[in-house]
Design a protein around this ligand. Sequence first.
Ligand code: NDP
Ligand code: 2IT
Length: 443
Amino acid sequence: MTYSQKVLEDLKIKNPDQPEFIQAATEVLDALAPVVDTDPVYEKAGLLERLVEPERQIMFRIPWVDDKGAVHVNRGYRVQFNSAIGPYKGGLRLHPSVNLSIIKFLGFEQIFKNSLTGLPIGGAKGGSDFDPKGKSDMEIMRFCQAFMNELFKYVGADEDVPAGDIGTGAREVGYLYGQYKKLTNRSEGVLTGKGLSFGGSLARTEATGYGLVYITEELLKDHGKDMKDARVAVSGSGNVAIYAIEKAQQLGAKVISCSDSNGYIIDENGIDLDLVKKIKEVDRKRIKEYVNTHPEAVYSEGSVWDNVTCDVALPCATQNEINKVQAKRLVDNGCYAVCEGANMPTDNEAINVLLESKVLFIPGKASNAGGVATSALEMGQNSIRSSWTFEEVDAKLKGIMINIYYHMKEACDKYNVPDNFVVGANIAGFMKVADAMMAQGIV
Ligand code: NDP
Ligand code: 2IT
């Protein structure tokens, strides 16, 4: 057995109840084989064994009171995975499905993603099994305050800087920030995705979606294709999906779908983004409302990937949205590029189908890195007590995404796997973290 296989087998034995984490680790360790199995220096330093074990994981009780006076208890998590290249950094997910396996998979992915941005940020993730759907504003506030009542002990501008993710947007970050300040008396960049009036960065809201489209545009350009006039399918209708649709439309693509966890819209006239923003960002309603205004569009229950036909697919909802049958469908219907806006939306079997069929595929740790990259730019602006214009931040974001593309491509060329960006992204992200861990000794 090779070194990477041995570490993976041990990991499966140690974490039998963590399928999402094992799935993410399998993708990474398989991709790193050409590096770690050919140079004994990594095994000698126990590098992979250290890499797959979080530096610290914190689990805690979050008691809060609803509007009727009833007491609820949720479980809170923060997994501080790796700080070799900088302070822990990664979002907080609020969704009833949250458990340790999901937070560990997200934190593990974040290590390589954050490294790929070229900025000095380590990997972490956190969240809670709290369900924000249907809660009043005051309930959301009390929950966020209760979450921070414990989390504040472990975070800080130079220690660990959380941000948004599923279920955590500007509103939640605001409440979390207010409570951190109350508890610590510190005005510091402890969270990113903050409101613009208290240290937030322009373009952070748009960053993940815009960044996804910038790297997709570069990928297509590099392969003799164009976003303009491409037929693009998007899943999700949250932060990432909305701004991916916006940028794709600005570049002249025709975006024909979006979705939520109940169902999906296909609009052959092109998605009406103002309407999606109103339904999801303002009214906080379900995406099926879309057809009330656009009766010519079609709403169906289930997964968009069972039905949509496109040139370019941008899955922007959640993990494991695309399985091998759905991947095969996309291939058979002429899809030539899949770039992940969500974290791990394509399962490992589906990725293999895409790669074998020569569909261009960029994994989320590269293609959705624009969000955390812009978070790191927010940290930089907070540190120098200044702020940059939208255009400045957007230009930096675009530069970072294009750099990530060529950095991955360089790794693909070096290891002789042209266009295998799974291998390219993982190796490119890994090298800097590995160098830092080697230089810092066995810690
Ligand atoms: P939001 O909460 O804003 O939106 C999530 C969207 O995905 C909603 O439309 C939601 O539908 C849908 N969704 C969530 N869970 C499921 C599910 N189990 N099945 C089907 N649909 C689901 O989150 P974001 O847009 O911020 O995040 C989307 C993805 O992008 C996640 O994988 C996240 O980790 C990733 N990501 C986010 C970044 C960011 O900056 N926000 C950065 C990088 C990656 P519904 O309303 O019905 O729940
Ligand atoms: O998955 C992710 O990269 C995020 N949710 C964003 C993390 C961040 O710190 O901005």
